[in-house]
Structures are given as structure tokens and as C-alpha cells.
Design a protein around this ligand. Structure first.
Ligand code: SAH
Length: 192
């Protein structure tokens, strides 16, 4: 249904709007560490395909129509509700992380370890938001390729990125980050 396609693109624009001010400012920040490997660059590029490029092809051409499926309306509205959750988590994560955010693995000179706000519950709220997003996508974009590619790509991205990111944080913040790991969950709050 076209309304759910439209909702998907509104969510994409909302993420851009949330990220833009931080993205612009953080580029000017002096960096003390950059771990941008070929693996990292490849994963980010492939992620763009699943999140943006293939959905764009699906939404603007009929090339992928052979892989369409049709869900009842409630599934599309469930996808919409999940998208709203994803955006709220995404927004809180940006508000709390501020200029410590980076698209790739970086530590800035003035980096601080954030453990408050949503980071008081989970270490990876942006990735948690992305998990909700990749589950919502096949409910909104009802196409085996455009709906599921992002989920397929995000699984290896998540595993590799979290491993490398936590290693970088441990190398930078040592015991403080070790203690933070013990107190929080990765994407789900830790039960007491
Ligand atoms: N994994 C986090 C952040 C993603 S942005 C999330 O899912 O919300 C990636 C950058 O965030 C990394 O390069 C790292 O420098 C920074 N970062 C991750 N966790 C952080 C924390 N608790 N405090 C400060 N910076 C953090």
C-alpha cells in the first residue's frame, strides 16, 4: 500500500533531520582515534543499499514488483508504530550522545563516556533503534527484496560493529567502560 511506502520515507527524512545538526558539528571536532577499516567502510556502504538505495528503486520503479507481497492493513500499522518507536529511541540516543556521535568508529579529543539518559539503560540505543527499524521495514515495504535486505545486512553489521566499537571504547576508557558493560545491556535493558 502506498501509504506505508510514504510512512517509510517520512521516517527516513525524520532520521536525517534528527542527525543533521550533530553530523554537521561533529565533523569539525578534532579526533584522537579513527578506526575506519575497509571492513567498516564496506559495511556502511552495503547498509546504505538496504536502508536507502533499494527502497528508493522499489518506490520509484516497477523493477522489483515481481517480489511484492501483500499484508493485511494491521501489519502496516504495526510497522508504523514500530517506526515511531525506532525514531523516539534514535532521537534520545542523539540527544544524549551529542558530539560524541560519529558515523564511523572515532574518538574525538574531547570525548566523554556517556552513561546517562538512554545510555544508562543500554549501551547501543542507536543500534537498538536500527533493530526496530529493520523489523518494521518489511511491514511497510511489502517486497521480499526492499523489505528484507536491510535486516539481512544489519545482522552482520551489528555483530562486527559492536565488537569493534566496544574494543575501541575499552582501549580508550578502560575500567570505566568495563564497569559500564557490567551495569548495562547492549540493546535491551539489563534486568536487576
Ligand atoms: N553504539 C552507540 C553509538 C553509535 S555512534 C549507539 O548505538 O547508540 C558510534 C560512536 O559512538 C563510536 O565511534 C564511539 O566513539 C561513540 N560511543 C559509543 N558509545 C559511547 C558512549 N557510551 N559514550 C560516548 N561515546 C560513545
Amino acid at each position: 500500500m502506498t501509504i506505508f511506502k510514504a510512512i517509510f520515507w517520512i521516517a527516513i527524512i525524520a532520521e536525517m533531520v534528527i542527525r543533521a545538526p550533530i553530523s554537521k558539528k561533529q565533523r569539525k571536532e578534532a579526533k584522537s582515534e579513527q578506526r575506519v577499516s575497509t571492513q567498516e567502510k564496506t559495511l556502511l556502504g552495503v547498509l546504505f543499499l538496504g536502508m536507502f538505495f533499494v527502497p528508493l528503486i522499489y518506490s520509484t520503479t516497477s523493477w522489483l514488483d515481481f517480489a511484492n507481497y501483500s499484508l493485511p492493513a494491521w501489519a502496516g500499522w504495526l510497522g508504523t508504530a514500530l517506526m515511531v518507536c525506532a525514531l523516539v529511541i534514535f532521537w534520545r540516543a542523539h540527544a544524549d550522545l551529542g558530539l560524541n556521535w560519529s558515523p564511523s568508529l572515532e574518538i574525538r579529543k574531547e570525548h566523554t563516556l556517556i552513561k546517562n539518559g538512554i545510555f544508562g539503560y543500554i549501551r547501543h540505543p542507536m543500534y537498538a533503534s536500527q533493530w526496530v527499524w529493520v523489523i518494521a521495514q518489511p511491514l511497510l515495504l511489502q517486497n521480499w527484496i526492499a523489505g528484507f535486505l536491510n535486516l539481512l545486512i544489519f545482522i552482520p553489521f551489528y555483530i562486527l560493529r559492536v565488537r569493534a566499537e566496544e574494543q575501541m571504547m575499552l582501549d580508550t576508557f578502560g575500567d570505566e567502560y568495563r564497569k559500564y558493560i557490567a551495569e548495562t545491556g547492549a540493546i535491551l535493558p539489563k534486568g536487576k
